[in-house]
Design a protein. Structure first.
Length: 209
């Protein structure tokens, strides 16, 4: 399929991510939007992440991040005029091939995980989806396996949509987390669009614009 023949050349994409954690009708929502480079060692990009709690649109967290490939810089947008500050090395950035590794695991999961062709964001896409056990995840994402084990999570549902060029268009994962006598439902969705050439992200100015 397209995944096996995917072009590993660097490219840029618009990223939209949403993370929800809910229990008994209450919870948090984290959204992230921005532009990111894919298939590059430094995972360069620029994005904003905002967190709200149930019943309120006021952000309890609102950060803007620039990853130049040589370093990461952040500023707190809940504080007007806040300065940019160094926040570690680009080696600390999220691995942009995480969804690709999960997609390969879904292919290996067998025919039941192959859901066929669908339209995703107006683009023809191969849909893969299955429930992956902690043991299956350990082989492709040891850090996630460690977190699942610590939280007492045995498996999670994972879906991914891939275009004909082998690029990830979207991914979704969900799991149930036992906590303090209740169950927290965690759902993470991510979408990639507006593909184009690799982009340059420079060190931001010292103060917010």
């Amino acid at each position: 399929m397209a995944l096996a023949n995917a072009d590993r050349s660097p490219y840029a994409a618009t990223l939209k991510m949403k993370t929800t954690a809910t229990a008994s009708g209450q919870g948090t929502v984290m959204t992230a939007t921005g532009r990111t480079n894919i298939n590059t060692p430094g995972h360069e990009g620029r994005n904003e992440a905002k967190m709200t709690i149930s019943g309120s649109d006021e952000p309890v967290l609102w950060m803007e991040t620039v990853n130049t490939g040589n370093g990461i810089f952040m500023r707190d947008k809940t504080k007007p005029g806040s300065a940019w500050n160094p926040s570690g090395s680009s080696e600390d950035a999220t691995d942009d091939d995480g969804a690709g590794r999960y997609a390969k695991a879904l292919v290996d999961a067998g025919p039941a995980a192959r859901k066929g062709m669908e339209q995703k964001n107006g683009v023809p896409a191969f849909h893969l989806g299955a429930r992956l056990t902690a043991a299956q995840i350990k082989a492709i994402d040891p850090e996630e396996h460690r977190k699942m084990t610590e939280k007492g999570v045995a498996a999670k549902d994972y879906d991914v949509w891939i275009d004909r060029a082998g690029r990830i268009l979207a991914a979704s994962q969900s799991m149930k987390i036992p906590k303090d006598g209740t169950t927290v439902t965690s759902v993470i969705t991510v979408e990639y669009s507006d593909f184009g050439p690799r982009e340059t992200f420079t060190v931001p100015t010292s103060a917010a614009s």
